[in-house]
Design a protein around this ligand. Structure first.
Ligand code: PFF
Length: 449
């Protein structure tokens, strides 16, 4: 379990960019925009923001504090704070979630890479983009090729290590991502008729809110912030003791939320201006948007930028998912980084085959009314992440004790200082809110629908 030559982020900025890279991903652009579109826009966005502040932020601080305190990846972290208890299983749940999430995440990221190349040829008005998308995902070999390519890119970075791989690439890719996003927002907002999209996005209609809106908003908050599965414990374990936790988490949350909100400003004005439906569901990015780009001046160029943005965002998140498993093998099993990365990368590639083939050779497989990819998404996003978050908050509040979380978060003191009130949030608000939503979500899915 040697800690002696464990790598550390070179600076707080390196940590913030890497953690923001993990948080900002397909979740902010692909998932956020279709979920917000389906759930009625502004009212959903408001509840999402409340969930981010009240639940996302405290849980993020807690996870980073656990990692920073123990300087261990998730399983070892729980073992060292609660030796000889089964709490390490919470870390194991995170490792399991990393396998499940990355294997389907890489498939969707592969679609995005494929569309980046498609965009170079331009998007042509009047084509049936639904058929084009369906043809892409129902093909057997192309999606496997793009999924494999995406896993290889992820592996190249993870084998290079925490500083030379993750931090270095986060410093290059995250600024690129912001520049592209701003260009897309300016394009969207300057289209004629963009204001209908802006008001859909900014004027809440509370009549649209249902129980499902709350459920979806909390699930989205977990997914987008990479919470509940040990990514932030792992990244926190590389944070030097001299750096503050509470402010760093604030920066990560700020960047993640800004990207999600800006992605909405890039997408909805364009969708409305060109007369499309914002409730395009899962296909919003891959079906509605290519049609939107085809109609827009300079659409091929902006389409290329959009899918490049999506691919970059997915890549920096994939680093963190792979790192959770690799760090466990290095810390706990004494494996070499390269060997661990290659083996785990290959297993995840294999696990990604069923969701990839779920639209072609395995299209007859249907689990609770969902295809294989949606099943992976559902199990990880709606069950494993909230369960991981619930267990982590109970652990922090009652086993490790909230006063220790507070001490670690305030050490050294930052601008955001936690007092005793923070203990109530960890002990009561987090477990009750997450537990209620988790139970409600399961009952709703399995028994009511
Ligand atoms: N936060 C990423 C996104 O929004 O796309 C997805 C993700 C990454 C979820 C890492 C969970 C995780 F551990």
């Amino acid at each position: 379990m040697g800690n002696g030559n464990r790598e550390q982020w070179a600076s707080r900025f390196g940590f913030i960019l890497a953690a923001a890279g993990s948080a900002v991903g397909l979740g902010n652009i692909w998932r956020f925009s279709y979920v917000a579109g389906d759930q009625g826009g502004a009212a959903f966005v408001l509840i999402y923001l409340i969930a981010i502040i009240l639940i996302g932020y405290p849980l993020m601080v807690t996870e980073i504090a656990i990692g920073r305190k123990t300087q261990q990846s998730p399983i070892g972290a729980f073992k060292s704070l609660a030796p000889d208890t089964p709490w390490w299983l919470t870390g194991a749940l995170g490792v399991l979630a990393a396998f499940v999430i990355l294997s389907f995440y890489s498939v969707v990221a592969g679609w995005s890479l494929a569309y980046t190349f498609k965009a170079i040829g331009g998007f042509v008005p009047g084509l049936d983009y639904e058929t084009i998308f369906v043809e892409h995902i129902t093909d057997v070999f192309a999606p496997i090729f793009w999924h494999a390519l995406f896993m290889i890119l992820t592996l190249l970075v993870i084998t290079a290590g925490v500083v030379k791989g993750i931090q270095r690439w986060a410093k290059i890719l995250m600024p690129m991502l912001f520049v592209i996003l701003i260009a897309l927002v300016l394009r969207g907002l300057t289209l004629e008729g963009a204001s209908a999209g802006v008001s859909f996005y900014l004027s809440p209609d509370f009549g649209e809110i249902t129980g499902e809106t709350f459920l979806t908003a909390l699930g989205q908050a977990f997914f987008t912030l990479s919470l509940g599965m040990g990514v932030l414990i792992t990244y926190g374990s590389y944070l030097p003791k001299r750096e503050n936790v509470s402010d760093s988490a604030g920066w990560v949350i700020g960047m993640d939320t800004m990207v999600a909100l800006l992605a909405g400003f890039a997408i909805f004005p364009a969708v409305f201006s060109l007369g499309f439906d914002p409730a395009g569901g899962v296909g919003l990015a891959f079906i509605t948007l290519p049609a939107v780009f085809a109609e827009m001046p300079w659409g091929g160029f902006f389409g290329f930028l959009f899918f490049l943005l999506l691919s970059i965002a997915a890549l920096t998140s994939a680093f963190s998912l792979l790192e959770v498993v690799v760090a466990w093998l290095i810390d706990e099993k004494g494996w070499d980084r390269i060997k661990a990365s290659l083996l785990v990368g290959f297993i995840i590639f294999l696990l990604g085959l069923p969701p990839t083939l779920g639209y072609s050779l395995l299209s007859h497989v249907n689990i609770l009314g969902m295809d294989i990819l949606d099943t992976y998404d559902f199990i990880s996003g709606n069950i494993l992440l909230p369960l991981g978050g619930l267990l982590t908050s109970i652990f922090a509040g009652y086993v490790w004790k909230s006063k220790n979380v507070i001490a670690e978060a305030n050490n050294p003191k930052g601008k955001i200082i936690f007092g005793e009130w923070y203990g109530y949030i960890i002990q009561y608000l987090l477990p009750l809110a997450i537990g209620a939503v988790l139970i409600w979500g399961i009952v709703d899915t399995f028994f009511l629908s």
